[in-house]
Design a protein around this ligand. Structure first.
Ligand SMILES: Cc1cc2nc3c(=O)[nH]c(=O)nc-3n(C[C@H](O)[C@H](O)[C@H](O)COP(=O)(O)OP(=O)(O)OC[C@H]3O[C@@H](n4cnc5c(N)ncnc54)[C@H](O)[C@@H]3O)c2cc1C
Ligand SMILES: NC(=O)c1ccc[n+]([C@@H]2O[C@H](COP(=O)([O-])OP(=O)(O)OC[C@H]3O[C@@H](n4cnc5c(N)ncnc54)[C@H](O)[C@@H]3O)[C@@H](O)[C@H]2O)c1
Length: 451
């Protein structure tokens, strides 16, 4: 049994963990990092980045489909196999490159889940390791459905590795993953059904915008079954059968493949948190305003795994990592979590994007606000590419003209929402936005007409 001492031990090599490790080692601290999977985390290996590479191809198919009869005479042909090869050029180098980077910086690496032995001691790879500060940045993992046949569906990690697409897929869950992957599959010719226990997709997004997305999804052939709690998955000879209860009645559907997109939960079960007096709940590692654990003040948590007000999204993982590093290093910059407006985008086609308050929140908080809302397919930007799905809902504070929330659906909503982030962070009133000069014709230039 060896014994090693560190100033900081980081658990998890995703966006959050590697940022903390790098900042701390740069300041001369002795830093170690551990991961029980390939280094580099979810976003780069099996999340945002590879997903968006696949979306890139479907953008071409979508554009071509919409321009059929307006100049496009033949749909482009595509090869899923070649697309996956292209995707691998983004992902396959990530683990080795991450390790090389860590090694160069002098960060000690471990390739196993550490377990707490006490408040400052961990056991990893057969060694006992002590650290003044321990950072938990283990992210989320797919939620295992508590139903018979739970082992039969694949998860998003596996979808992103599919050598070929099956002829039909059932997605359990109409959240981010279910909707984004359903769009990819449907545009590549798969017969797609999405089943969800709620009465609509993407429950946290604006209902009106989601309705447009649902219409667009149905237009590309996606079938939805709502209010249906999945109760069992069965393997048949050539298909899988998904059983659900919908409004008291049994529903059964079949497909060649089932994807579990029913949510993600904190990855904390291997850490023996009790031994380290680390407080946690089913939402993740409990943190105070310094992202420090109230049970064990030597422990910080950041990224998806922290039970903070930050959404489980990549930019929030970076933001939280900055705060944790600043606290460990005792730096002057923001030591308390203070989240700026958090944009969230579902990369379906059209994109669904949102930042700030919805109408219910604005009402509850007592704002005196107006709602600027429109379906805008006749505006030049959408019309020139023959896209029927372009809509917005902007909440404006009547007292000072500031944007309280922006909810968008459209081909470039994922980019446009960032303009609203700037307006909100910069506290720019609508009159100021209207007086700005934006390039034309560009999607951003539409913002002046939206506020
Ligand atoms: C399919 C998919 C698509 C997504 N698309 C987007 C998107 O478009 N935009 C966006 O903003 N967000 C997206 N996300 C979310 C985004 O990936 C996460 O918010 C982000 O990666 C979280 O970073 P993190 O560092 O907190 O955790 P992670 O990147 O998940 O890193 C955690 C690391 O900890 C490791 N680990 C877990 N348990 C242990 C343990 N016990 N011991 C040691 N190591 C452990 C894991 O192996 C992993 O490497 C997507 C997620 C998925 C699944
Ligand atoms: N574009 C992005 O930013 C992006 C993309 C993918 C994932 N993510 C991150 O990953 C997280 C997880 O995404 P997700 O799509 O897995 O989860 P989600 O929470 O967004 O959606 C899960 C859906 O599954 C449904 N569900 C759960 N159990 C069910 C059951 N038994 N029967 C029927 N329906 C059931 C829920 O009602 C919900 O609508 C997101 O919250 C987000 O943080 C982000």
């Amino acid at each position: 049994m060896g014994f090693e001492e560190f100033d900081v031990f980081v658990i998890g090599t995703g966006t959050a963990g590697k940022s903390v490790a790098k900042e701390c080692v740069a300041e001369g601290l002795r830093v170690a990092i551990a991961d029980n999977r390939e280094f580099g985390g979810t976003c780069a290996n099996r999340g945002c980045d590879p997903k968006k590479v696949l979306v890139g191809l479907t953008e071409i198919l979508d554009r071509a489909e919409k321009m059929k009869g307006h100049g496009i005479t033949k749909m482009p042909e595509f090869s899923w196999k070649d697309l996956m090869e292209f995707k691998k050029t983004f992902t396959s180098a990530v683990p080795a490159a991450t390790e090389k980077d860590m090694k160069k910086l002098g960060i000690k690496m471990y390739h196993q889940s550490p377990k707490f032995l006490d408040e400052t001691t961990l056991s990893v790879e057969g060694k006992t390791v002590t650290a003044k500060k321990i950072v938990i940045a283990t992210g989320n993992r797919a939620f295992e459905l508590p139903i018979p046949g739970r082992e039969l569906p694949i998860i998003s990690d596996d979808f992103l590795e599919l050598e070929e697409l099956p002829e039909s897929i059932i997605f359990i869950g109409a959240g981010y993953i279910g909707m984004e992957f359903a769009h990819i599959a449907a545009r590549c010719g798969v017969d797609v059904t999405v089943i969800d226990g709620e009465s609509r997709p993407l429950n946290n997004f604006d209902e009106d915008m989601v309705k447009h997305l649902q219409d667009a999804s149905e237009e590309i052939g996606i079938k939805f079954i709502f209010d249906a709690e999945v109760t069992e998955v069965e393997k048949l000879q050539t298909n899988y059968r998904v059983k659900a209860i919908r409004k008291g009645k049994k529903v059964e559907i079949k497909a060649k493949l089932v994807v579990n997109a029913a949510g993600r939960v904190p990855s904390i079960e291997d850490l023996d948190l009790e031994k380290g007096n680390v407080e946690y709940s089913k939402r993740g590692i409990t943190v105070n305003e310094h992202l420090q654990n109230p049970g064990n003040k030597n422990v910080y948590a950041c990224g998806d795994v922290s039970d903070s007000e930050g959404l489980p999204l990549t930019p929030l993982s970076s933001q939280e990592a900055r705060i944790v590093a600043a606290n460990i290093l005792n730096k002057d910059r923001a030591k308390k979590v203070d989240f700026p407006p958090q944009p969230s985008v579902v990369f379906t086609l059209p994109n669904l994007a949102s930042v700030g308050m919805n109408e219910k929140e604005a009402k509850e908080k007592g704002y005196n606000f107006k709602v600027e809302q429109k379906l805008a397919p006749k505006w030049f930007n959408a019309k020139r590419i023959n896209d029927a799905y372009y809509a917005y809902k902007i909440l404006v504070d009547k007292d000072n003209g500031l944007v309280l929330g922006a909810h968008l659906v459209g081909p470039e909503a994922g980019e446009m929402v960032n303009m609203f982030v700037m307006a909100m962070c910069g506290k720019l009133p609508c009159e100021t936005l209207k007086g700005m000069i934006f390039s034309y014709p560009s999607w951003a230039s539409d913002i002046k007409a939206m506020v």
